[in-house]
Design a protein around this ligand. Structure first.
Ligand code: UT7
Length: 334
């Protein structure tokens, strides 16, 4: 049967054209965190690798940080904001179920009229966004896509909970994705395991809090050891599959940029992947903390700025977190 529909046609391939990060100005030391929990600077450094993190100002929003990061990425990409066809904001800390953060960010960066939507994939959100943007550019649904990972986790953390208070932090990172003549984003390996939904959860829903408020405003909870085991076991295998489907050997990587969950998780993944010692590894968590969806683009920007990896290098990305959900792909760095 013939169809009356003409399909969209897009680019042969897609690539990351530019990355831009936004780090809030307020530095929060481990000693400051320890004023509210029974812990120490030494324990936090040893168990997580975190030396300090950044918190946004009280009046600084998810949309403010996303706009700052996206504006920087658009400027570096050389495109005009009016050419952007889709804005994707990956975040779990935008405080409004509706309207989306993305619609406001699109307006504020000058991507007037572009499609816009939010992604809820926690710490995997940025890699989900890359996968979706890659498909969108190749399908022709948009020529240029902005993917932003942004979190204000300090608003949704119980600062007296010693299992989460030292981990989470705030920030934003954005990339512009557009057409490419050569492959520059490998196939995504992604999935979910909803059976482990309680591994990272909230103390209460907002409706439960309205009807019967608990002692604190709804905050993140984490079964740290459960998440740690899953990340070290299953996620190293996921990262290996992302290498395999892209036909890239670990030896050919110029950078490994995993979600900055915990420095010990990163080290365990390096061992499981048998990553050669010459491959630089993102360790932005030391001065940025765990910024969930923002951690990979922030780490990517830092590695490029510090010349740990060259522009055009090949990097393995992997995001994993609440859901549980995960996504991994090999990319060419902008
Ligand atoms: O980004 C989303 C995904 N999130 C992650 O990937 C995080 C994964 N999990 C982790 O990173 C780690 O589980 C944590 C860093 C959260 C915790 O480290 P851990 O080595 O798993 O600690 P633990 O829960 O096994 O606790 C070990 C010990 C316990 O004491 P005992 O029973 O051995 O005497 C805890 O009571 O450390 C104690 N402890 C602390 N001590 C000082 C737990 N939290 C603290 C603390 N300060 N903040």
């Amino acid at each position: 049967m013939t169809s009356p529909i003409t399909p969209a046609t897009g680019a042969a391939y897609a690539r990351i054209m530019a990355v831009g990060g936004y780090r809030p100005s307020r530095i929060v030391t481990n000693d400051e965190v320890c004023k509210r929990i029974d812990s120490s600077d030494e324990w936090i450094r040893e168990r997580s690798g975190i030396i300090e993190r950044r918190y946004a100002a009280d009046d600084e929003t998810v949309v403010d940080m996303a706009t700052a990061a996206a504006t920087k990425a658009i400027e570096k990409s050389g495109i005009n904001a009016s050419e952007v066809g889709l804005v994707l904001v990956a975040s779990v800390t935008h405080p409004y179920p509706t309207p989306s953060a993305a619609a406001e960010v699109a307006f504020r960066v000058g991507a007037l009229g572009s499609a816009a939507t939010d992604i809820s994939s926690a710490c995997a959100g940025f890699c989900y966004g890359i996968a979706l943007a890659d498909s969108v550019v190749r399908s022709g649904a948009a020529k240029y896509v902005i993917v932003i990972g942004v979190e204000k986790l300090s608003d949704w953390t119980d600062h007296s909970d010693r299992s989460t208070a030292f981990i989470f932090a705030d920030g934003a990172g954005a990339v512009v994705i557009g057409p490419s003549d050569v492959p520059a984003i490998g196939p995504v390996v992604w999935g979910s395991d909803g059976e482990q939904r309680d591994a990272i959860n909230m103390t209460q829903s907002l409706i439960e809090y309205r009807d019967e408020p608990g002692p604190i405003f709804p905050a993140l909870t984490m079964q740290g050891q459960q998440v740690f085991r899953w990340a070290v076991g299953d996620m190293a295998k996921t990262a290996q599959r992302a290498l395999d489907v892209a036909h890239v050997a670990a030896d050919d990587l110029d950078a490994f940029i995993p979600h900055q969950a915990n420095m010990r998780i990163t080290d365990a993944m390096i061992r499981a992947l048998k990553l050669p010692a010459h491959v630089p590894v993102a360790r932005d968590i030391a001065y940025t903390g765990n910024t969930s969806a923002a951690s990979i683009p922030l780490a990517m920007e830092r590695m490029l700025d510090d010349h740990e990896v060259e522009h055009g290098g090949t990097a393995l990305l992997i995001g994993f977190g609440a859901g549980l959900v995960f996504a991994s792909q090999v990319v060419t760095l902008p």
